[in-house]
Design a protein around this ligand. Structure first.
Ligand SMILES: NC(=O)c1ccc[n+]([C@@H]2O[C@H](COP(=O)([O-])OP(=O)(O)OC[C@H]3O[C@@H](n4cnc5c(N)ncnc54)[C@H](OP(=O)(O)O)[C@@H]3O)[C@@H](O)[C@H]2O)c1
Length: 287
């Protein structure tokens, strides 16, 4: 890679940031297309976020991805927010359009891209069960309802059940009766009556990200054989995903979502089609 005065900068703001895989596949994509861009991981402490956002303009950075813990906090510092990001109140991509900072959220579309293209699963008219009520659960639930699912049942652990109530209210307020919504207590998540009728199950929690927290939240024996399982965790194969595979259930881990959301950011910054295969190879090689 040759860096010159013409090289354009993109990157990611997060804290901590050392674990991010985005530099790997974005830099591979720039190299593949011969684009004079570099993707850099910026470790931005929460207290420095405002100044870091201002620096996007002063340093003429083309754009950044935004990750934990800044996705919600960054909103007031941007000049414009896409309707998608406004709806879910979180931004994962910023584009510096001639000095104007525009916030987008590509997580939901990234999830749908992976589900449809890699999973060959069309969510329209489907019955979905989701565990989790964090940032990813917001993006996924909004995307699925917009994609026309029939029913969404979800829950969150008791510790923060309030988060699930807030998400429920937010979905109800936004979509009215466009989708049947059902919020259930966490201890009722392993109900055969509910799980046996589910077409798509989404683990939108961080359970399984580390081997130390890799418990099975849901009993995979309770699903119908036609269910599709999506686990958003991308850094390792979770026990849940392994058990789905052992039972020959259709399933995907979160690597595809990571790639597809990244590809959409890439296209916002470069106006070029992202080289998906190159990005995937770079990621798989790293992992
Ligand atoms: N594939 C991708 O492209 C992609 C993109 C972004 C994130 N992710 C992954 O998605 C996961 C969630 O990210 P996020 O941004 O939504 O994080 P978040 O806002 O912190 O939410 C985490 C969710 O996991 C739940 N949770 C954590 N530990 C749990 C446990 N032991 N038992 C039950 N529930 C538990 C949390 O429940 P509480 O509310 O009770 O804490 C919350 O619902 C992470 O693993 C992240 O790496 C994947």
């Amino acid at each position: 890679m040759k860096i010159s005065a013409r090289t354009k900068i993109v990157g990611i703001f997060g804290y901590p940031i050392y674990h991010s895989l985005s530099p790997i596949f974005h830099n591979a994509a720039f190299a593949k297309l011969g684009l004079d861009f570099i993707y850099f991981p910026f470790s931005v402490k929460p207290k420095d976020l405002k100044e870091a956002v201002q620096a996007i303009k002063s340093l003429d950075i083309v754009g950044v991805n935004v990750t934990i813990p800044h996705k919600e906090k960054i909103l007031p510092y941007l000049d414009e927010i896409s309707s998608e990001a406004k709806m879910i109140k979180a931004v994962n991509t910023v584009y510096n359009k001639k000095g104007k900072l525009i916030g987008y959220n590509t997580d939901g579309e990234g999830f749908l891209g992976s589900l449809r293209k890699e999973g060959k699963f069309n969510p329209e008219g489907k019955n979905v069960f989701m565990v989790g009520a964090g940032g990813v659960a917001y993006a996924i639930s909004f995307a699925l309802i917009k994609a026309g699912i029939k029913k969404l049942t979800f829950t969150n652990r008791e510790l923060n059940f309030k988060r699930a109530r807030i998400l429920f209210k937010h979905l109800k307020g936004t979509f009215k009766d466009r989708c049947q919504l059902s919020l259930i207590d966490f201890h009722k998540r392993n109900s055969r009556r509910i799980l046996s009728k589910v077409d798509l199950f989404v683990n939108a929690t961080s359970v399984g990200m580390r081997s130390s927290n890799d418990q099975l939240l849901i009993d995979p024996d309770l699903f119908s054989p036609d269910v599709f399982i999506y686990d958003v965790v991308y850094n390792r194969k979770t026990n849940f995903l392994k058990s789905a595979e052992e039972r020959k259930l259709s399933s995907l881990g979160g690597l595809g979502m990571l790639l597809y959301q990244g590809a959409l950011s890439f296209e916002i910054w470069t106006h070029r089609k992202a080289p998906m295969e190159t990005m995937r190879e770079a990621l798989e090689c790293e992992l």
